[in-house]
Design a protein around this ligand. Structure first.
Ligand SMILES: [Zn+2]
Length: 236
């Protein structure tokens, strides 16, 4: 069974749908045989895997990328191993480096984002390839020193991590890479979305929190303020 969504043109009246899957990495790793998951990876993913010394890291990486490719393949209507990635940099606007963009054998592409921290990963997939998304999850660690991070006021721990994931999600959506200057809220608010500017990006971006497991903070960013977010738990 494959699910294929038509790539609809962007229109000012069209609401963009972004689906976010939470991947619990230990159950995900247990659910899929190693060989089966390994078979869907490409050469660069296999090289990355081979460079990981700890078994736990390798199992996690394999489970996350198997889930990611499976979801992308379903959306593109192709087997997971036929998804490839094209890189484009949002900062210098050149191909070959920067944000990876999933693409099918026929050239159709998707807007997607992947993040992992601790025992979880989040996968965000936009139903509109022209609307970039970024997602970020961080495990909340106590005793963080937020004093050096300008976009965060130093109060409660969760608040700090939320602000951090918002900045990361925005930068990932824009594909500009990390910069010394963090994204900045413009003050405009659209429902749950807060508008922000991202260094090296000319357009306005929108960011909000995402429901995630206890002990974690997560955010999603989109190029459209008219984006509806739905969440699901990943099961292979
Ligand atoms: Zn670049």
């Amino acid at each position: 069974m494959s699910v294929t969504l038509e790539a609809a043109p962007l229109s000012p009246t069209r609401t963009v749908g972004v689906r976010i899957w939470t991947v619990a990495t230990a159950p995900a790793a247990a659910a899929v045989p190693y060989d089966e998951a390994y078979a869907v990876l490409d050469a660069s993913e296999r090289a990355r895997l081979a460079g990981m010394r700890r078994v736990g890291d390798r199992m996690r990486y394999l489970a996350i990328h198997h889930a990611f490719r499976t979801l992308l393949g379903r959306r593109l209507g192709v087997p997971a191993e036929e998804v490839s990635f094209r890189r484009h940099c949002g900062k210098c606007r050149e191909d070959g480096h920067g944000k990876p963009r999933p693409v099918g054998p026929d050239g159709r592409d998707l807007s997607a984002s992947l993040s992992h921290s601790g025992a979880y990963a989040l996968i965000a997939l936009s139903d509109s390839p022209g609307v970039e998304v970024g997602v970020d999850i961080e495990r909340v660690r106590p005793h963080m020193d937020w004093s050096a991070i300008p976009c965060v006021d130093g109060g409660r721990t969760t608040h700090g991590f939320e602000q951090w994931t918002r900045a990361e999600a925005l930068v990932k959506a824009a594909g500009t890479g990390l910069s010394r200057t963090p994204p900045r809220y413009t003050g405009r608010v659209f429902g749950a979305w807060r508008a922000a500017t991202v260094p090296h990006s000319a357009q306005e971006w929108y960011v909000r929190s995402v429901r995630c497991p206890d002990g974690y903070a997560a955010s999603v960013a989109s190029a459209s303020a008219d984006t509806r977010v739905s969440t699901a738990a990943w099961r292979s």
